[in-house]
Write a protein of this length. Structure first.
Length: 177
Protein backbone atom coordinates (compact mmCIF):
# COMPACT_ATOMS: atom_id res chain seq x y z
CA UNK A 1 0.00 0.00 0.00
CA UNK A 2 1.24 3.50 -0.84
CA UNK A 3 2.33 5.65 2.11
CA UNK A 4 0.85 9.12 2.62
CA UNK A 5 4.18 10.62 1.50
CA UNK A 6 4.09 8.58 -1.71
CA UNK A 7 0.52 9.63 -2.45
CA UNK A 8 1.39 13.26 -1.74
CA UNK A 9 4.37 13.05 -4.14
CA UNK A 10 2.32 11.44 -6.88
CA UNK A 11 -0.63 13.83 -6.62
CA UNK A 12 1.42 17.01 -6.20
CA UNK A 13 4.26 16.17 -8.60
CA UNK A 14 6.69 17.21 -5.84
CA UNK A 15 9.00 14.59 -4.30
CA UNK A 16 9.46 14.35 -0.54
CA UNK A 17 13.08 15.50 -0.95
CA UNK A 18 11.96 18.60 -2.85
CA UNK A 19 9.27 19.31 -0.25
CA UNK A 20 11.86 19.20 2.54
CA UNK A 21 13.99 21.75 0.67
CA UNK A 22 12.66 24.23 3.29
CA UNK A 23 15.02 22.60 5.81
CA UNK A 24 18.16 23.02 3.68
CA UNK A 25 20.70 25.83 3.66
CA UNK A 26 22.92 27.34 6.33
CA UNK A 27 20.27 29.67 7.66
CA UNK A 28 16.63 28.75 7.93
CA UNK A 29 13.88 30.52 6.01
CA UNK A 30 12.67 32.35 9.10
CA UNK A 31 16.15 33.80 9.78
CA UNK A 32 16.56 34.64 6.12
CA UNK A 33 13.20 36.35 5.57
CA UNK A 34 12.13 37.44 9.06
CA UNK A 35 8.86 36.67 10.87
CA UNK A 36 7.12 39.72 9.34
CA UNK A 37 7.36 38.12 5.88
CA UNK A 38 5.20 35.21 7.06
CA UNK A 39 2.67 37.53 8.69
CA UNK A 40 2.39 39.44 5.40
CA UNK A 41 2.02 36.15 3.51
CA UNK A 42 -0.76 34.82 5.76
CA UNK A 43 -2.66 38.13 5.61
CA UNK A 44 -2.38 38.19 1.82
CA UNK A 45 -3.42 34.52 1.56
CA UNK A 46 -6.48 34.78 3.82
CA UNK A 47 -7.60 38.09 2.23
CA UNK A 48 -7.79 36.12 -1.01
CA UNK A 49 -9.53 33.12 0.58
CA UNK A 50 -12.21 35.18 2.33
CA UNK A 51 -12.90 37.15 -0.88
CA UNK A 52 -12.87 34.13 -3.19
CA UNK A 53 -15.48 34.29 -5.99
CA UNK A 54 -15.85 30.53 -5.63
CA UNK A 55 -18.45 30.22 -2.90
CA UNK A 56 -17.84 26.46 -2.38
CA UNK A 57 -14.25 27.21 -1.36
CA UNK A 58 -14.98 30.35 0.69
CA UNK A 59 -17.62 28.41 2.64
CA UNK A 60 -15.01 25.93 3.95
CA UNK A 61 -13.73 28.81 6.10
CA UNK A 62 -17.19 30.07 7.13
CA UNK A 63 -16.83 28.97 10.76
CA UNK A 64 -13.36 30.48 11.19
CA UNK A 65 -12.63 34.10 12.00
CA UNK A 66 -10.20 35.62 9.51
CA UNK A 67 -7.90 37.17 12.14
CA UNK A 68 -7.66 33.87 14.04
CA UNK A 69 -6.97 31.95 10.84
CA UNK A 70 -4.17 34.41 9.97
CA UNK A 71 -2.65 34.06 13.44
CA UNK A 72 -2.81 30.24 13.32
CA UNK A 73 -1.17 30.01 9.91
CA UNK A 74 1.42 32.71 10.57
CA UNK A 75 2.55 31.11 13.83
CA UNK A 76 2.67 27.66 12.26
CA UNK A 77 4.78 28.89 9.33
CA UNK A 78 7.25 30.77 11.53
CA UNK A 79 7.69 27.63 13.65
CA UNK A 80 7.97 25.24 10.70
CA UNK A 81 10.48 27.49 8.93
CA UNK A 82 12.83 27.30 11.93
CA UNK A 83 11.72 30.33 13.96
CA UNK A 84 10.31 30.51 17.51
CA UNK A 85 7.75 27.84 18.44
CA UNK A 86 4.88 30.33 18.61
CA UNK A 87 2.27 27.90 17.31
CA UNK A 88 2.94 25.03 19.73
CA UNK A 89 3.19 27.37 22.72
CA UNK A 90 -0.38 28.49 22.06
CA UNK A 91 -2.05 25.55 20.26
CA UNK A 92 0.04 22.45 21.13
CA UNK A 93 1.17 19.90 18.56
CA UNK A 94 0.25 21.02 15.01
CA UNK A 95 -1.40 17.63 14.23
CA UNK A 96 -2.42 19.02 10.87
CA UNK A 97 -4.19 15.91 9.58
CA UNK A 98 -6.42 15.76 12.66
CA UNK A 99 -7.08 19.50 12.58
CA UNK A 100 -8.18 19.32 8.93
CA UNK A 101 -10.55 16.40 9.40
CA UNK A 102 -13.66 18.56 9.80
CA UNK A 103 -13.14 20.06 6.35
CA UNK A 104 -13.81 18.66 2.86
CA UNK A 105 -10.18 17.96 1.97
CA UNK A 106 -10.59 17.12 -1.73
CA UNK A 107 -8.17 17.44 -4.64
CA UNK A 108 -10.24 20.39 -5.84
CA UNK A 109 -9.91 22.12 -2.45
CA UNK A 110 -6.14 21.54 -2.46
CA UNK A 111 -5.90 23.07 -5.94
CA UNK A 112 -7.86 26.15 -4.90
CA UNK A 113 -5.89 26.53 -1.64
CA UNK A 114 -2.65 26.30 -3.62
CA UNK A 115 -3.90 28.80 -6.20
CA UNK A 116 -4.40 31.40 -3.46
CA UNK A 117 -1.12 30.56 -1.73
CA UNK A 118 0.86 30.85 -4.97
CA UNK A 119 -0.80 34.18 -5.78
CA UNK A 120 -0.06 35.37 -2.24
CA UNK A 121 3.60 34.35 -2.53
CA UNK A 122 3.98 36.14 -5.85
CA UNK A 123 2.43 39.36 -4.55
CA UNK A 124 4.11 39.54 -1.11
CA UNK A 125 7.32 41.52 -1.77
CA UNK A 126 9.35 39.84 1.04
CA UNK A 127 10.01 36.63 -0.93
CA UNK A 128 12.95 36.17 -3.33
CA UNK A 129 12.70 33.75 -6.26
CA UNK A 130 14.47 30.83 -4.56
CA UNK A 131 12.45 31.10 -1.32
CA UNK A 132 9.22 31.20 -3.33
CA UNK A 133 10.12 28.05 -5.28
CA UNK A 134 11.13 26.24 -2.09
CA UNK A 135 7.93 27.24 -0.28
CA UNK A 136 5.70 26.34 -3.23
CA UNK A 137 7.20 22.83 -3.25
CA UNK A 138 6.54 22.52 0.48
CA UNK A 139 2.95 23.79 0.16
CA UNK A 140 2.10 21.58 -2.83
CA UNK A 141 3.36 18.42 -1.18
CA UNK A 142 1.80 19.24 2.20
CA UNK A 143 -1.61 20.11 0.72
CA UNK A 144 -1.87 16.67 -0.93
CA UNK A 145 -0.37 14.99 2.12
CA UNK A 146 -3.31 16.42 4.09
CA UNK A 147 -5.82 15.29 1.45
CA UNK A 148 -4.37 11.75 1.62
CA UNK A 149 -4.13 11.82 5.44
CA UNK A 150 -7.72 12.90 6.03
CA UNK A 151 -9.05 10.31 3.55
CA UNK A 152 -6.99 7.61 5.25
CA UNK A 153 -8.25 8.49 8.74
CA UNK A 154 -11.86 8.59 7.55
CA UNK A 155 -11.46 5.18 5.93
CA UNK A 156 -9.95 3.66 9.07
CA UNK A 157 -12.70 5.07 11.25
CA UNK A 158 -15.26 3.64 8.86
CA UNK A 159 -13.69 0.20 9.06
CA UNK A 160 -13.54 0.34 12.86
CA UNK A 161 -17.21 1.21 13.09
CA UNK A 162 -18.43 -0.90 10.18
CA UNK A 163 -20.19 -4.09 11.25
CA UNK A 164 -19.96 -5.77 7.88
CA UNK A 165 -17.65 -8.74 8.55
CA UNK A 166 -17.20 -9.31 4.83
CA UNK A 167 -15.97 -5.88 3.90
CA UNK A 168 -13.24 -5.98 1.27
CA UNK A 169 -9.67 -4.71 1.83
CA UNK A 170 -9.29 -1.11 2.92
CA UNK A 171 -8.44 0.28 -0.55
CA UNK A 172 -11.45 -1.32 -2.19
CA UNK A 173 -14.12 -0.65 0.38
CA UNK A 174 -17.26 0.41 -1.45
CA UNK A 175 -19.33 1.70 1.50
CA UNK A 176 -19.72 5.44 1.84
CA UNK A 177 -20.70 7.21 5.05
C1 LIG B 1 -6.43 25.69 9.42
C2 LIG B 1 -8.49 24.41 5.23
C3 LIG B 1 -4.14 23.16 3.50
C4 LIG B 1 -2.08 24.67 7.62
C5 LIG B 1 -7.36 25.50 8.41
C6 LIG B 1 -8.75 25.83 8.50
C7 LIG B 1 -9.34 25.46 7.33
C8 LIG B 1 -8.30 24.91 6.49
C9 LIG B 1 -10.81 25.60 6.95
C10 LIG B 1 -9.43 26.50 9.72
C11 LIG B 1 -8.97 27.94 9.81
C12 LIG B 1 -8.50 28.28 11.21
O1 LIG B 1 -9.38 28.40 12.08
O2 LIG B 1 -7.30 28.41 11.44
C13 LIG B 1 -7.49 23.93 4.41
C14 LIG B 1 -7.72 23.39 3.08
C15 LIG B 1 -6.49 23.03 2.59
C16 LIG B 1 -5.50 23.34 3.63
C17 LIG B 1 -9.05 23.27 2.38
C18 LIG B 1 -6.24 22.39 1.25
C19 LIG B 1 -5.52 21.31 1.09
C20 LIG B 1 -3.19 23.51 4.44
C21 LIG B 1 -1.76 23.39 4.27
C22 LIG B 1 -1.18 23.80 5.44
C23 LIG B 1 -2.26 24.19 6.34
C24 LIG B 1 -1.07 22.90 2.99
C25 LIG B 1 0.27 23.88 5.83
C26 LIG B 1 1.26 23.95 5.01
C27 LIG B 1 -3.09 25.03 8.47
C28 LIG B 1 -2.88 25.46 9.86
C29 LIG B 1 -4.14 25.72 10.37
C30 LIG B 1 -5.10 25.48 9.30
C31 LIG B 1 -1.56 25.58 10.59
C32 LIG B 1 -4.50 26.13 11.80
C33 LIG B 1 -4.95 24.89 12.58
C34 LIG B 1 -5.39 25.20 13.99
O3 LIG B 1 -4.57 25.70 14.78
O4 LIG B 1 -6.55 24.92 14.31
N1 LIG B 1 -7.10 24.95 7.18
N2 LIG B 1 -6.16 23.88 4.71
N3 LIG B 1 -3.46 24.01 5.71
N4 LIG B 1 -4.43 25.04 8.18
FE1 LIG B 1 -5.28 24.45 6.47
Amino acid sequence: MQSLQEKASEWSGVSTVEAFGIDEGNINLCQKLGTEAFLNLSKNFYNRVYEDDEEWFRSIFANSEKQKAIENQYEFLVQRMGGPTLYSQRRGHPALIARHRPFPMTHQAAQRWLHHMEQALHTTPDFDHHSKTTLINFFRHTAYFLVAGVAHKDQNLHLLTCHNKDHPPINHHPCKN
